[in-house]
Design a protein around this ligand. Sequence first.
Ligand code: NAD
Length: 495
Amino acid sequence: MVETAILDTRMLINGRRVELDVDRTIPVYSPLTGQVLAEVADATAEQAAAAISAAEAAFDSWRTTSGAERARLMLRLADLLEREADSLARLESADNGKLLRETTTQAKFTVRNYRFFAGAADKIYGHTIPLDAWETFDYTRREPVGVAVLITAWNSPMQLLANKLAPALAAGCTVVIKPSEIAPLTTLSLAGIIEEAGFPKGVINIVTGGRDAGVALTTDPRVGRISFTGSVSTGQAIARAAADVLVPVTLELGGKSANIVFEDANLDRAVPGAVAGIFAAGGQTCIAGSRLLVHESIADEFTRRVSEIAQTIRLGDPADPDTQMGPVASTVQRDRILAMISDAKADGSRLITGGGTPAAPELADGAFVEPTIFVDVDPASRLAQEEVFGPVLAVTTFRTDEEAIAIANSTDFGLASGIWTQNVQRAHRVARDLVAGTVWINTYRYSAAQAPFGGVKQSGYGRERGLEALDEYLRTKNVLMDLSDDIRDPFAIKA
Ligand code: NAD
């Protein structure tokens, strides 16, 4: 079990902590040791419905709370998260196996997100609209959608939650949060922080669990918006279920992002950029630059340099400051990655680095996969088309800019992409033509609270972060007043 002052695994429904029912718990495992870290509740459909009822009851008062007051509470939350950042980072690292230095950066980034959206809470404006008829007054109101259900994945629980919770609260929505059952601990720890921040009861509710809870939350017509981060298949299931109750959905799904290195790139910067794209977080990020497209004239040198770094990556305990790559999230995930590696070999891709589990005996209990690089990868192969969600890089060469763009756009995904070049026109031309929600130029894996983020195609729809994120939690009401004293014809529409 994790020993930390901030760990409390009870759910939060209507301002109350719900005691664990010993007959309905889910074990949370350490990806490093395989040991059980904690037990969390497997919420029933009734508990999920109760959380929605609580959020619904709290909505009227929260939506009429001034933006300034909502911002005050959000800033208080941010201050408390800043105070607890180190403990939260340690807990998240223990829970999902990510490096402590990564979770520490993410903990700070979440604070920035809450502050950014707190700043927006009292700046949600409609328009006044001049109509064709002079004697009219038309304006729009931007109103919160009501109860928002926020469902997150295991790979970055704190950050994924902040992407949703911060704009939802700023917009005036009340929420029900469900973290992944694989890594729910930091989200549950948030309950105490929310209480300390002084949010009114029912504004923020947290339930944990698996399918029962997930289905109950995504099939309830009282919900105004579902915001989901996770796999494509679960996203599709949620969108289908939500269609029956006509609840709109925001989907942040997977990716197969292309990191494109042109022959004029600054290779001293592009090499670590390529490594960051795929081996940071063990490749377990939706934005992983898992396809490396390299101009054929520099391919041998570039791949050799990336491969040399990959071979020296230190695997180990994510809490150890010397570790560069921790375990993947579970042994199930490790075995899935290994199966994809063996498929890639059979498919004709050439393995030049890694390809298995590390031999070191001290890593034997953890879900480790070696940093792995394949070259000569056919852009149509499974390795180039499917998300591995692990440290496996697929390298393909290209001859022209047009070919690079065509290969980059040739998957079902469209989340992120990277361009490495010193030619300004080329950079912006390629950025324009890439079908992806994010394009990084001469950098990779760079997040900002102000910059909108999201996918196209199978990577999902809707945007998080940036002012655009508020739109997911707001709807527009048009108000039209006839200023004239005209007596109208009741049998024809007025236009
Ligand atoms: P997942 O789809 O297995 O689970 C995500 C969440 O959905 C969990 O909370 C889970 O309990 C819940 N869930 C499962 N079935 C459900 C159902 N029928 N109804 C409602 N909820 C249900 O995803 P995962 O394995 O936790 O995460 C990995 C995936 O997430 C990868 O594909 C990755 O690319 C993606 N991801 C995307 C982003 C992004 O912003 N685009 C960020 C991080 C991760």
